[in-house]
Design a protein around this ligand. Sequence first.
Ligand code: SF4
Length: 362
Amino acid sequence: MKFIDEYRDPKLARSLVAEITATVTRPWVLMEICGGQTHTLMRYGIDELLPPMLELVHGPGCPVCVTPLETVDRAIAIAAIPGLIFVSYGDMLRVPGSTSDLFRVKAEGADIRIAYSPMDAVAIARQNPERQVVFFAVGFETTAPANSMAVWQAARECLKNFSILVSHVLVPPAVRLLLGFPQNRVQGFIAPGHVCAVMGYTEYEDLARDFHVPFVVGGFEPLDLLEAILMLVRQLEQGSAVVENQYVRSVTREGNAAARARMFEVFEIGDRKWRGIGPIAASGYRLRHEYAAFDAERRFPLPIASIDEPAECIAATVLQGLAKPLECPAFGTRCTPQSPLGAPMVSSEGACAAYYNFRRTL
Ligand code: SF4
């Protein structure tokens, strides 16, 4: 398949692995920040091809996984309002809330629809003027431009029945937090290519300078990740700590200024709670005052209690790169994709789902 096979070429992969092996002289711990990258690494067994001195740990870059329990509970409560249409990306539906999930609420009769774009939700609102339509706007910086576009379009059309439940988080503040932990072991990062396609990578330059840690902006195909790993180990072996861009076919240092302009017309930066990590200052987006009418949290001010995570689930340490899914005692037994205890087991970007699908020993 053109534009895909080139990035999965086994011969090139073998030569990159050989180059990595020849470069590494000491143990290094690397983190791929994005869950999509984790899935590629697991699917293609890339971690198993690397020299034993290189350890890969998995980062918090799974937006579904870090959506707080209270927000999932709020989504479930809103979706259950009679007559309302709740629209969401598919992988949010099985994320467990404190007592239920969106799939269960749908089975009980709620009108919950899966969308591939927030503009689908705007179209549903247009077609159903007598019903309230709420879109579950979950994601990192990557999906924020499209979600802001949906709000902007709804405002332009004066749609009074459309709102979004915002759960947008930002990568750099979370990485800064991880780097500040005394128990942090990560020495180099593969930065998320899709986030940087929007935001550019100047924020990672600040992190590289402040913590003397190298970053390589990486793509999502096997050769992208092998090349990013090679670039990182070259920097580490040389004592360098700068930001390099492996994903040049999609990312520039400045990112997509037009997308950001629309995004910041609708959203502003605010504090956010991360599931498994806790509150992080200035780590998310919220709707600007001018667009408050499109805020589902204001439109449906339902009381939601703050609930503790199931004690058995170690997603907090998995999301911080401090543990691997196989270290969780519930993995594959009491926690499976069919019966998940935590979000990382159901999200298509969750580390536990990656291990379950590609690394499970039966
Ligand atoms: S395997 Fe399940 S219970 Fe364990 S950390 Fe992952 S999501 Fe949580």
